[in-house]
Design a protein around this ligand. Structure first.
Ligand code: 8X3
Length: 248
């Protein structure tokens, strides 16, 4: 298989690249940070192709795809992994730019990649798109505001893809993890406050990037007649928040 992973320079994406290459597949690793991608490519060998790309920019996506070598162009699996959360402030205090960045990456980047690669999959009658959602797309929590909304978008977009793709042989999955440690997710969200980021995981046994990558690999290696619509996964230590009642 040829697998295209966005956001491949670290965290989930890097682990996905390792997992698919380890099992004998080719992985196009796309991200902005070429130094990280080059290091990963050295680790993984010639089955991994590093590609500089910013999913938030259509021009960057078009350029990256147009430069793919011929033997890397038949993408079997697109993993729309690139995404981020910014801030945990309440809605009335968050800078608009944070909301815009999340929408540009988590929603616009994901649909632009899908729009670019889906027609060829349909033409071939096979392919798989795995979109990285989040439990934040299903359950609201304080400070989740636009992040959760982008992930709700990812879920509904994926299910709507399914609606359009029935009969084409192309599959689509929304993979929605909960608390996951060992990545830069919280460091990015908390804008480099690494102590606060570490606190998010204190006393927990969170999901790991390997859990997510292994789940992607399982989804991608199911027989072609099986479509996983949605997987929501949490660490065992995570549960649901209570509804909030403000008493006078
Ligand atoms: C990441 C999970 O719980 O931080 O998408 O929103 S959570």
């Amino acid at each position: 298989m040829i697998v295209f992973v966005t956001g491949a320079s670290a965290g989930f994406g890097a682990e996905m690249a390792r997992t698919f290459v380890k099992h004998g597949h080719q992985v196009v690793m796309a991200a902005r940070r070429m130094d990280r991608l080059d290091a990963l490519a050295r680790e993984l060998g010639e089955s991994a192709l590093p590609v500089e790309m910013d999913v938030a920019s259509k021009e960057s996506i078009d350029e990256a795809l147009s430069m793919l070598p011929q033997s890397w162009r038949q993408i079997d699996v697109l993993i729309n992994n690139a995404g981020l959360a910014l801030n945990t402030l309440p809605a009335h205090q968050v800078p608009l730019a944070d909301w815009e960045t999340m929408i540009d990456t988590n929603c616009k980047g994901l649909v632009t990649m899908t729009h670019a690669l889906l027609p060829a999959m349909v033409e071939r009658g096979s392919g798989l798109i795995i979109n990285l959602g989040s439990v934040a797309g299903a359950y609201p929590y304080p400070g989740g505001n636009v992040y959760g909304a982008t992930k709700a978008f990812v879920e509904q977009f994926t299910l709507n893809l399914r609606a359009d793709l029935v009969g084409t042989g192309v599959r689509a999955t929304n993979l929605a993890p909960g608390l996951c440690g060992g990545t830069e997710f919280s460091n990015v969200r908390l804008k480099g406050d690494d102590a606060a980021a570490a606190k998010v995981y204190e006393g927990t046994t969170p999901l790991t990037a390997k859990d997510i990558a292994d789940t992607c690999y399982w989804i991608a290696t199911l027989p072609p007649h099986v479509n996983i619509n949605l997987i929501e996964m949490m660490p065992t230590c995570q549960g649901f928040g209570p509804l909030n009642i403000r008493r006078a």
